[in-house]
Design a protein around this ligand. Structure first.
Ligand SMILES: Nc1ncnc2c1ncn2[C@@H]1O[C@H](COP(=O)(O)OP(=O)(O)OP(=O)(O)O)[C@@H](O)[C@H]1O
Ligand SMILES: C[C@@](O)(CCOP(=O)(O)OP(=O)(O)O)CC(=O)O
Length: 395
């Protein structure tokens, strides 16, 4: 008898950053964090899981290639989910036995490990699918804890909309969970641009980087204890009130502080490059020229910019990007990709004059235009399964 489930899960991009653990094994953070979940129409992981008593061993295929199942993060997820299934004895309700082996097959519809939060979508998708398979998915709070032991930021991808990860206090991690603040329908005016910077040499992984920060930075303690708690309050109020001015200011300040803390790490960590700094400069001058925040940038552990902005500003900002960070000649057609067309148009001379910076051609790979979207979904059509009847990846 075989059991199989296929799910999709979204990427999330934090506006209050998670950076630093108080427990490496359980993945418990030193501060709470908050993110927007991005639409799965543009970015998602899709994962099929199948359990059978006669599989020789657990196995995983990622983007068409078999990977080691011994990855400790993966092992943590499998162990915790089986523990839960055994405790709840869900096999008596038709779920596989916790001792059955599982085959896992996953694909991302976007580049893996390119700083687009693939690990967040990947682990969220994996544990969400396993939770359905073992029939332990009733409490989403529990599922967020399972995702957390795969990758901290993954716990926020279990919900759509705007999501907070409450750091918790318990040593066993029982209260370190993600919760939805508001769903994806609350603030539909907000859209998202991801400016994918051409240079994708991954410098320092988030896991290693934040460990060195906690060991060496004195600023990070101040950030976690004194700055983030108030920002968490303020940004949640801003989201509830759909107050973009406050939301945008806190988003940019928190990104800036995260990168300041990286620089305060010894040896220092630099994730931003000249293109990233150029984007910050352009948006800072643009916002100043307009006299209010029109678009808010945030950067994770890499040079790519994520811009949260109201729909009414999307055309102008995309055309500013086309002006100051133009694609190579001939690459214009697929430069902006997303859920609707953003027509190329000249930006008015006064705005260009106010920004007054040199053009940085061929510095971006492409711009992904997306929005805030829903949490993980179960795909119930057999044709969506990535594994064939005998548990091998479908070609
Ligand atoms: N669909 C998936 N299923 C399971 N694991 C995945 C999946 N996608 C990515 N991963 C895991 O995440 C790793 C990539 O994570 P990494 O942190 O290097 O990149 P990223 O998540 O794109 O970047 P960042 O976390 O800095 O935004 C992969 O090597 C793999 O172990
Ligand atoms: C900068 C960040 O994107 C860091 C994400 O770190 P990870 O969740 O990738 O780290 P691990 O828990 O070690 O897997 C900020 C954020 O998403 O909050």
């Amino acid at each position: 008898m075989s059991h199989a489930v296929t799910c999709t899960a979204p990427v999330n991009i934090a506006v209050i950053k998670y950076w630093g653990k108080r427990d490496e094994e359980l993945i418990l953070p030193i501060n709470s964090s908050l993110s927007g979940t991005l639409s799965q129409d543009q970015l998602h992981a899709r994962t099929s899981v199948m359990a059978r008593a006669d599989f020789a061993s657990d196995a995983i295929w990622l983007n068409g290639k078999q990977e080691s199942i011994e990855n400790p993060r993966l092992q943590n997820c499998l162990r915790e989910i089986r523990k839960l299934a055994a405790a709840k004895q869900t096999h008596q309700q038709g779920a596989p036995l916790p001792t059955d082996k599982v085959h896992i097959c996953s694909v991302n519809n976007f580049p893996t490990a390119a700083g687009l939060a693939s690990s967040a979508a990947g682990y969220a998708c994996l544990v969400y699918a396993l939770a359905q398979l073992y029939k332990v998915g009733d409490s989403l709070a529990e599922v967020t804890k399972l995702a957390r032991v795969g990758s901290g930021s993954a716990c926020r991808s279990i919900y759509g909309g705007w999501v907070r990860w409450v750091m918790g206090e318990a040593a066993d991690g029982s209260d370190s969970i993600a919760e939805q603040v508001v769903d994806e329908h609350h603030w539909p005016e907000i859209e998202v641009l991801i400016l994918v910077v051409s240079d994708h040499k991954k410098t320092t992984s988030s896991t290693a980087g934040m460990q060195t920060t906690v060991e060496t930075s004195s600023l990070v303690k101040h950030r976690a204890d004194k700055v983030v708690p108030q920002r968490m309050e303020d940004i949640q109020n801003a989201i509830r009130a759909r107050d973009f001015e406050t939301f945008g200011r806190i988003t940019m300040q928190d990104s800036n502080q995260f990168h300041a803390v990286c620089l305060d790490t010894y040896p220092p960590i630099t994730y931003l490059n000249d293109v990233s700094r150029g984007i910050i400069d352009m948006l800072t001058k643009y916002n100043a020229h307009k006299g209010k925040i029109q678009a808010a940038y945030t950067f994770d552990a890499g040079p790519n910019a994520v811009i949260y902005l109201p729909r009414e500003n999307v055309n102008e900002v995309v055309n500013l990007v086309r002006h100051f960070f133009p694609p190579a000649v001939g690459a214009e057609a697929a430069f902006v990709r997303g859920f609707r067309d953003v027509p190329a148009a000249p930006v008015d001379a006064a705005t260009l004059q106010a920004i007054n910076r040199s053009v940085f051609a061929d510095s971006l790979k492409y711009v992904m235009h997306t929005r805030v979207g829903s949490g993980p979904q179960v795909l119930s059509n057999d044709a969506d399964c990535l594994l064939d009847a005998s548990g091998n990846p479908r070609l």
